[in-house]
Structure formats: C-alpha cells, structure tokens
Design a binder for this molecule. Structure first.
Ligand code: HEC
Length: 214
C-alpha cells in the first residue's frame, strides 16, 4: 500500500518541468509542431474556400435566391406601410395653416416651429414621389420645391425672425402662389390653396400672452 505522502512526492517529481526547463530543444520542437498544425488548419480552410466542391457551390446560390425572394416580399410589405404623397401634403397643409395664425397673432416662436415643420414635410412629400409623370412629360418636383424653398419659404422665415407682420402677410400669400404653381405643374389645378379660415391645431393656444398652463 502506498502512503499518501509518497503519491504527493511522485507527482512533484514528474519529469514534465525538465522537458521545458532543461531541454529547450523540446520546447522549440513543440512550438514548431503547434505552428505547423495551425498552418495546416489555415491551409485546409483556405483550400475549402478556394475550391468548393459541387455541393458547396450550389448551396449558397439557393440561399441567395431564397434571401432575395424574402427581401422582395419584405419590401412589398414595407411599401404598403409607407405613407403616400397625398398624406405628406396633408401634413404640409396642416402645418402651413398654423403658420398663418401664429404669424397673425405675432407668436413668432410658434410661427417658426410650424414653418420648419412645413419645410421638412414638403421635403418628405417630394422624397416619396420626386418626379411625377404628366401629359406634358416628367415633372421634377425636387427642382420646383428647391425654387420655392429658396425664395418664398426662406423669405417667410426672414419675416418671422424679423417679427415683421406686414412682410409676413405678403410673403405668406406669395408662398401660397408657389404652392399652387407646383400643384398646377403636377396636373392638379383643383388643389387651389387659400388663406386658412381657422388654425388646424385646435389644442394649441396661439396667443403668445397666454398664461395657462404655467
Ligand atoms: C414640389 C411640388 C409641390 C409643392 C411645392 C407643394 N405641393 Fe402640395 N401637393 C403636391 C402634389 C403633387 C400633390 C398631390 C399629391 C397626391 O395626390 O399624390 C399635393 C397635394 C396637396 C394637398 C392635398 C392633400 C390631400 O390629400 O388633401 C395640400 C393640402 C397641399 N398639397 C398643400 C400644399 C401647400 C400648403 C404647399 C405650400 C406651402 C404645397 N402644397 C406645396 C405638390 C406640391
């Protein structure tokens, strides 16, 4: 029967440390072995990529077709969820009507807010359909919007920043003419805008002196 202490001593004196410490040659050969195994694995993998077998060649092709079909179906589904141009324009009408009342009430920060919304929703509307097909040919809505934005809408912004209600009133009307020019170019002359009779946002107080809610 072997005593416990003997086992311990036996373990302690195993020649493993000698292999590494006293004979560096063994260390080098072990390292070389590891390196060549690693190189072998890399070579094998590279080869399987470089020269795929017939099964490997056709499998990704089937996958790609399947993925494209799935993406197409997903795009169709998303298209059904994207708002149409008329919806975006309805928002433009909503924001731009509020611009008028905010300006008339001299609530300039509110007028600025609704003008910014008008401009960004116009850009959105034109992103939805950038070019419209008409009897007269293709109408580039981007070009028309750019012209309206750089002239009328930026003038309106200046009037708001200058808090000039006279200029604001004039430029607002001119802007409506710009809106209508695009509606006509889009073969929609029946979309004739007017000075709105009431603000669209009923829940927003346009009075800049309002004190409630605090
Ligand atoms: C770059 C062209 C363009 C400009 C600029 C433009 N519109 Fe339009 N608007 C359209 C087109 C196109 C439609 C019809 C959209 C449709 O039916 O697909 C439209 C439709 C509308 C509608 C009807 C939406 C509905 O379904 O009830 C309103 C309201 C409207 N626009 C307001 C305005 C106002 C206000 C401005 C100016 C601040 C303006 N638009 C500027 C192109 C334009």
């Amino acid at each position: 029967m072997i005593h416990r202490r003997q086992i311990v001593r036996k373990v302690k004196t195993t020649p493993v440390p000698d292999l590494f410490m006293k004979k560096p040659f063994h260390v080098i050969s072990l390292l070389l072995l590891l390196v060549s195994i690693a190189a072998g694995i890399v070579a094998l993998r590279t080869e399987s990529f470089a020269r795929p077998g017939p099964a490997a060649a056709s499998a990704p092709a089937i996958d790609t077709n399947g993925e494209i079909a799935a993406l197409k179906a997903e795009i169709e589904q998303l298209k059904g969820k994207v708002p149409d141009q008329s919806h975006a324009m309805k928002d433009v009408g909503y924001h731009f009507a509020n611009v008028w009342f905010a300006g008339q009430k001299r609530n300039w920060p509110l007028a600025k807010f609704y003008l910014d919304e008008t401009r960004s929703h116009l850009k959105w509307a034109v992103r939805i359909i950038p070019v419209r097909k008409t009897k007269a040919g293709d109408v580039d809505l981007r070009g028309i919007l750019e012209a309206v934005d750089n002239s009328r809408l930026s003038e309106l912004q200046k009037a708001i920043l200058a808090e000039d209600v006279g200029k604001f009133t004039n430029v607002y009307k001119q802007t409506l003419e710009g809106c209508y020019a695009c509606h006509k170019a889009s073969e929609k002359p029946y979309l004739r805008p007017q000075i709105p009779e009431q603000p669209e946002a009923r829940i927003i107080n346009f009075d800049p002196q309002a004190r409630w809610p605090e």
